[in-house]
Each structure stands twice: as C-alpha cells, then as structure tokens.
Write a protein that binds this ligand. Sequence first.
Ligand SMILES: [Zn+2]
Length: 259
Amino acid sequence: MLNILKSLYLHLLILINCAIPSNIAVSAERSFTARNGHALFETEHLVPSLSFNISQYLVDKANLKVVALTFDDGPDPQNDTTILKILADNHLHATFFFIGKKLIGKQALITQLMANGNEIANHSYYHPMMTDISAAVQDSNIQMTNSLLYEAGVAPHWFRPPYGDFDQTTVSIAKQHGLDTVLWTIDSQDWKNTKAEIIIDRVISRIHSGAIILFHSTKPETVKALPHIIATLKHDGYSFVTMSEWRSELKKLPKPSIE
Ligand SMILES: [Zn+2]
C-alpha cells in the first residue's frame, strides 16, 4: 500500500513537472551526455560532489592498484544472480546502482548481494535524464529510491545519475539525501548491445589504476564478458573494491606537494 501511495505521489510530481515550461527545468550546465547524445569512454569528472578530486592525488600503478566494478540498471534477478555468483566464486565484490521502480519484490537478491560484501547504491527511481526534470522531480527520484533501499536494509552512500547526466542541482539534492554523486572512468558501452569480446577489449584496453568501470546488469553479454575481465585484471595484480572502499583507498594516497 505504501509503495502504491509513493508511486502515485511520484506520478503526480511528474504531471506537475510536465506542466512547467521545459526551459525552467533544464539547466545551462548540462552534462556531456545531454549535450552530445552519448557518454565519454573516460571522464575526469567522476565524483563531482566529493571535496576532493582524483587529480589531486598521486595515482599510479604502484600506489593504487584497485578497480571498482559497477553495475547499473538492476535489480535484474537473472543477470544479477549470475553476476553475484561470478563475484563470489572469485572472492570479490562490486557496487550495484539500482533503479527504484525495479526494487519491489527483490529483497532476497538484495540480502544476498549485501551478505557477500557488495555495495548497493541509488540510480534514480525511473531513470530520467536528471537535467530534463525539475528539482522537485529530481528530489523525488532520489528520495523514493533511498527510502526503498533503507526499507530493504541498505544504507546507500552514492548516487549515479542515469546517462551520467547531472548538474549542480542534482549534486546538491543527492548530497541532501546523504549521497555523493559518482560517474565512472571507463564505460564498457555494453548498453550498445555489443558482443562480450568487444566489451572485454574496451575495458582491458583502457584499464588504469583506480578505475571505476561502468557495466549494466541488464546485458547478458556483460555477464559473459565478466569472468575474462576479472581473470585478466587479477592476473595483472588488481584488487577489486566497492565504491566506498575505493574512496577509502583514494584518501590514503599522498597528495602532490605544491611547488
Ligand atoms: Zn542507467
């Protein structure tokens, strides 16, 4: 009943938003994705809301040989269960950015993911371009998903805007809900429905220390590519971290001295 009421509330907000002229809702600082219709393979603006930037730290292979695997757009009971097994078989964990409207009825999967040390985070309620919607609808997207995650026993720390599309309003709203906004440094572009071999090549050819790799739970070819990607990175000496572990690792690094 509560979820039905929440859903009605959100749809009311969406209706209200539709009545607002679009030039009020759209920010002048639209993301690369919004301006260009596609995402970058790599971005420097990966954590816009943190008080530090990755470029402030001395990151090289010697001092941060970690990668964060991240999976967007779930929960996807079939693929996420397989991904969970692949991660567990390799004794490693990852971060899952879940869409609020898909969360109903996924408690067993969520519990199992957390029991295996995975991190679960917020990927909006219905996956809009955040800069296309009003601040009120941005807020409800983040707040409703947070509520559902808390009800499921998850305390989320991160928000990833759909399509990597955000502006300062998005970042501020996420922060009000206790979330840091994070993008990625390597986009597998698995959303283009490419074959596993291509996904593997895209990721491995771009791998770097401290990488945050974007995958999508909804893509079966990603599931196929994952064991090879993990094996290659393990062989190359990388360890695998959740987003919160990634932040802790980054904070341990020395800062460059100012000349
Ligand atoms: Zn997404």
